[in-house]
Design a binder for this molecule. Structure first.
Ligand SMILES: [Zn+2]
Length: 215
């Protein structure tokens, strides 16, 4: 899925440029969050939730609070509409509420151009993720993993449940890899929480060592 890959790569570059740290589950979630508008009644898809102006307004208080640390997150959020949706799959209301004029070059999701671009992005993101040990980080138990439930259940899983499939067959493998990564990350954290709850109730079903691993 191009949005995750682009959001991750741009977030990573911004974090490096601003010398800030980024939370990977949060970056990945923000990269697709505008598409939650598909699930909200009476809200136009690729409308207000995809507006760059709205994204910047929402981020003003976040910048006041967190200063430059907020930059990777804003970039991850706006690249969704400004790059991914602008290029492929239709047009997008980038400047709502100033104008509801849609923008975009409307390359078909099923076109060879889009499929090639998405694969290249996926490979680039995968290389950076493995090289910087971010895949390792995302598979450690941490409560922030739970936020991945949002993209998993609102965007990733529904694409597989749609019939006919909205995603071209050639792009199913990267989708499945992201899905497995997200579900594993979620399960690792759910398991930790379950363990802690059971241990609290006095049943020593599983123990946690200092590194937070199940023994
Ligand atoms: Zn979108």
């Amino acid at each position: 899925m191009g949005h995750f890959a682009l959001g991750y790569v741009f977030g990573k570059l911004t974090a490096q440029a601003t010398k800030t740290k980024m939370n990977i589950p949060l970056i990945l979630t923000l990269s697709v969050i505008p598409d939650i508008d598909i699930l909200i009644p009476y809200v136009e898809h690729r409308g207000p939730f995809h507006s760059i102006i709205m994204a910047i307004i929402i981020f003003i208080p976040i910048f006041v609070l967190y200063r430059k640390s907020a930059s990777p997150y804003l970039i991850a959020l706006i690249q969704h509409s400004l790059i991914g949706d602008y290029i492929a799959g239709g047009q997008v209301q980038l400047l709502w509420p100033l104008t509801s004029q849609p923008f975009g070059i409307e390359i078909s999701i099923r076109s060879t151009t889009n499929i090639t671009l998405e694969w290249l992005l996926f490979i680039a993101a995968a290389i950076v993720m493995v090289k910087t040990k971010d895949t390792h980080a995302i598979l450690q138990s941490h409560n922030s993993n739970l936020i991945l439930a949002i993209p998993t259940f609102t965007v990733l899983l529904p694409t597989f449940l749609a019939f006919p499939l909205a995603v071209p067959i050639a792009l199913i493998p990267p989708h499945i890899i992201f899905l497995i990564l997200f579900l594993t990350s979620l399960l690792i954290d759910v398991r930790k929480i379950g363990c802690q709850a059971l241990n609290k109730s006095g049943r020593k079903v599983c123990q946690w060592n200092l590194k937070g691993k199940v023994q």
